[in-house]
Design a protein around this ligand. Sequence first.
Ligand code: MBD
Ligand code: FE
Length: 308
Amino acid sequence: MSDLLETREVQSLLTRVSGLGNDKGDARVKRIVHRVVSDLFKTIEEFDVQPDEFWSAMSYLTELGQGHEVGLLVPGLGLETFLDLRTDEAERKAGIEGGTPRTIGGPLYVAGAPFSKGEARLDEGSVEGEVLFMDGQVRDINGKPVGAAIVDVWHANTHGGYSFFDPSQPKYNLRRRIETDADGRYRFRTVLPAGYACPPEGPTQKLLDQLGRHGRRPAHIHFFVTAPGYRKLTTQINIDGDEYLHDDFAFTTRDGLIPEVRRSADPAEVRARGLNAPFAEITFDFVLHRERADVPNTVVARPHAEAA
Ligand code: MBD
Ligand code: FE
């Protein structure tokens, strides 16, 4: 391709940049840095990137970090979904199939949500929105209920905002950890979320604009489902009928993660639930795989916020 890249001068520069010529440091990091910087050199050559373009990209990265949007651009570029696809493939090769599909966790999880057994109310007295009752069972791949599993659930409010990141909401609003009962069952009451939109003035949306893309996600509810001896499941359900259901900027929607939303408007039923407006119901079961030593663990070390 480029003669310049092949010169001894550039090749030697890359070797020195990545510390490949010394015997200190970390061998894997050196090889990865060598690859990444080489690929960047190549991109600069191939597209004849000019210095002003290069520095505009560097300020973009600075802005991305300072705006706390690295975790937002990552799913927007399909990187987080690619990690999922790699885990799927590793499992397939190990003969692990079936079970609830995984899908990305995203950047808006907060650790340490209030814990309760069997059931919970997620919203802290919301005055608006359609009430949703969700329930289901955690089972293993053989259909055996998994009691004392933890269903860690989080989702946005009716404006697409997540508590903690949206300071107008109570601290752990719409975030709970629910322990399944002896029959593996969980249930909760909440308010149907709205879809998420990237901050319109933020760096993520700025790049998406240049790609001719929107930064919208369909309405969804996140879950971590864990139980001793089982592989951690990170997944989401999408709310059927959302216009972005199959047009998600974070590439998250998967078959098997779009449960039926049942609507109930019968006055007697509405009253029996202590409500005064129609409500929605979703039943969704989670099927976990047993932990195994021969496939990478699905517990991902990733720094998360924790509400103080
Ligand atoms: C979200 O709510 C989300 O779940 C992801 C993956 C990215 C941005 C916002
Ligand atoms: Fe989300």
